[in-house]
Design a protein around this ligand. Sequence first.
Ligand code: PLP
Length: 381
Amino acid sequence: MKVYFDNAATTPLDKRVWEVMSEQLKMLYGNPSSIHHLGRTSRSEIEKARKSVAESIGAGTGEIFFTSGGTESNNTALCCAVRDLAVTRIITSPIEHHCVLHTAEKLAIRNKIELELVKVNPLGEIDLGHLEELLKNSEEKTLVSIMHANNEIGTMADIKTIGDLCKEYNALFHTDSIQTIGHFPIDVNEVNVHFLSGSAHKFHGPKGVGFLYINADHLIKPFISGGGQERNVRGGTENLHGIIGQAKALQLAIEEMEERKQKITEVRNYLKQQLLKKVPGVCFHGIQEGEFLYTVLSVSFPPGPKTELLLLALDIEGICASGGSACSSGSDKGSHVIQCVGDKEGRKTIRFSFSHYNTKDEVDYTVEKLAAMFENVPHTV
Ligand SMILES: Cc1ncc(COP(=O)(O)O)c(C=O)c1O
């Protein structure tokens, strides 16, 4: 059996998205910047896609900029806030994706901005009291960059409250919503947010395309120089078919959100329940009650003869999942997120992440293989 439990890394393309894209790949080849009718047709498809993406998060069409994906969107938000919006201080968390953390670190070194890390607790929750203290204690123009949901452990941040704190202390707010766009309703009118990032391949769209919402009052200067594409902000011929595919995938994800959520939650809960029953000593990272990223289950496995090479052992059985351990051996670098939230020596974290294509049969198969790998391992947590 082949099992794909790595949907937080990327999702398979929806067949209906592929159909729209392949049709357009055959028909639509004019350069969107050309003024002849073929160019104008391509331009009109891009603008339709922009309107559709904008509407899905309550933004204006002029506030959506197409990018090459989440990494570019996050880099742009941070770098342009420093370059164009007089930001001299960034507050972020130690469990952000590396495309935020490393960008912030580079900006701190190169641009000599101040970098502050807000505390998180062992469940991955942001310490809002600490955030307020950091915001209160400085006169520097600040950008707060906090992810909506953590891609490794699934804990979500209260972006409404963070946005309100930013407003109170006159800070800009960026949220990396790569894991939540298409999975949770998001309305930029309900959150005081200036930048918000999305990536199509996390919601069954194509890879290599994403978007950045930039609040209309905080427009940035060109960050890729060239032609005047993307309202003169990002030069280069647009990824026309990717952009069309992204809009279709997001439209479907929003239309089917509740149905998909129910299906995924059922499969996730079933995996959790079966693991607790059949693999002694497992425990879970991140928030498990209330609101959390229902597409992710981060499992910590006990030490045992197969633990170190667990991911490989699963792969041999046809099961795709992701690693993310605190790492004590030299075999991988380990995850900064698991290191931050903490895991006991010798344990191994595997992230199982789901889409609506997954089934309980796949869970049964996976748990059967895992139970065999942990047979006779002492029951320690
Ligand atoms: C939370 C988060 N941010 C950013 C990214 C990067 O997105 P992309 O792969 O589209 O560059 C990812 C991808 O794994 C992610 O999970």
